[in-house]
Design a protein around this ligand. Structure first.
Ligand SMILES: O=C(O)CCC(=O)C(=O)O
Ligand SMILES: [Fe+2]
Length: 410
């Protein structure tokens, strides 16, 4: 099937509010007459951190250093400094480490994160929760016994025993207690009313939603972290090892709202996640089916869908659907009623870092797999075409192909 419109990447909204200023890192004091830390660190500018830390080295104390990184970050990083720098002046090392950190996290991004932090702090300070019990993890109140039992058993067989997998990589299962769904719906409603009454700016979950709310913004972040670590990560480790399912370490959690006077449908997109959990909380509605169209890497995000990749999922309150973040999907119009879903985008920083060095992804991208099969069949054809005495030529071709397939790292 040719796609009508390009696939969107669904990104988090970044809010601009507060005083807009990031906290400036403090400048370490410097005795007169000595070269600046920047000048002293300059000769090391092209050096990189060591991959393996120097476990015997005792790092300096950075507890007086103010800024966006905790002092512990500098102490940990110091063990990775190149040998020529590890015994340099503390200011020189600090400058070098700040340079490294800034390369990974540019100033503009840091300011946005800082503003968002301030926004959350203001809400946490002022908002009074309706259901306090939601803010701490209570497994038996939140989850159905069948789901809890499967997670406790922690085996692939038990996970699969409560799930259906209608197409590869999409799993659905009954997950949440009805009372938990009701409480969460009431909490979100309460938060939205409060935001309105306070004339506070509400941050929508995504660039593609006009309604909904970010659960992490009003105090549910710690509980949802446990939700991910204790209940989604064990499953992802088994079902999604190829996309970092075993190393999930951060999340973005939000509510989406569809119906009359809300968002109606959701365009074709991929999520900014490795693994996405999507659970319907209610209420009553028609429509809103989730349609899937194959898993794709960035290079192939707009490639054609194969027939066997097409699947439509109908939401049921309390039921979850778990899928790859890069599984292309969208939601059809909710034609009547109100549909509210909880989304947990689970991310792995390790997987994201490793992905930078890979050139294709036949273990999970449907199109990379298709191209690999194509290359292999070309090789087989080439092998068949040559006579036995020129076989070496064909072997060379095949070896070449094999080499290309295994050369993931540049
Ligand atoms: O409305 C839905 O169920 C889909 C939501 C979704 O895909 C998303 O928020 O990323
Ligand atoms: Fe999505």
């Amino acid at each position: 099937m040719a796609l009508d419109a390009p696939v969107e990447r669904r990104d988090e909204v970044q809010i601009a509010m507060g005083n807009g200023n990031g906290v400036a890192p403090s400048q370490p004091s410097r005795p007169a007459g000595r070269p600046t830390a920047a000048a002293a660190a300059a000769p090391y500018a092209d050096r990189r951190l060591r991959l393996n830390p120097n476990a015997d080295h005792k790092p300096e104390d950075y507890s007086d250093v103010r800024g966006e990184y905790a002092p512990a970050v500098y102490s940990a990083l110091e063990r990775h400094l190149p040998p020529s720098l590890i015994d340099a002046d503390r200011d020189v090392k600090l400058h070098f480490m700040r340079d490294i950190l800034a390369r990974y996290w540019p100033q503009g991004e840091r300011n946005k994160v800082q503003r968002h932090r301030e926004y959350r702090q203001r809400i946490l300070h002022l908002y009074k929760p309706l259901h306090e019990e939601l803010y701490n993890m209570h497994p038996s109140v939140f989850f159905l016994p069948t789901f809890l039992e499967a997670v406790r058993s922690n085996t692939e067989e038990c996970f699969r025993s409560i799930m259906t997998e209608p197409i590869p990589g999409v799993y659905s299962f009954a997950m949440l207690q009805p009372t938990f769904c009701e409480m969460l719906l009431e909490e979100v409603e309460n938060f939205e009313k409060w935001v309105h009454a306070m004339k506070f700016k509400i941050m929508r979950p995504n660039t593609m939603n006009k309604y909904g709310a970010v659960l992490d913004d009003f105090g549910l972040e710690a509980m949802l972290n446990q939700f991910m670590e204790q209940f989604i990560a064990p499953i992802s480790k088994v079902l999604y090892p190829e996309v970092g399912g075993g190393t999930l370490d951060s999340h973005h959690a939000f509510i989406v709202e569809y119906g009359k006077d809300r968002d109606v449908e959701l365009g074709f997109h991929v999520d900014d996640s490795e693994v996405t959990l999507n659970v319907c909380l209610g209420k009553q509605f028609f429509g809103g089916e989730l349609y899937f169209r194959g898993i794709r890497c960035e290079n192939h995000v707009n490639s054609e869908t194969q027939h066997e990749e097409m699947y439509d999922y109908t939401h049921i309150p309390g039921w979850a659907v778990l899928h790859h973040g890069r599984h292309r999907h969208g939601a059809r119009a909710t034609s009547s009623g109100l549909r509210i879903n909880l989304l947990l985008w689970c991310r792995s920083s390790v997987f994201r870092e490793m992905k930078k060095y890979q050139k294709d992804f036949p273990s999970w991208c449907g199109e990379c797999q298709r191209e690999k099969r194509e290359r292999q069949s070309q090789c087989v054809k080439a092998t068949k075409m040559v006579s036995p005495n020129t076989h070496t030529q064909a072997n060379r071709l095949c070896l070449c192909c094999h080499f290309l397939d295994t050369l993931y790292f540049l």
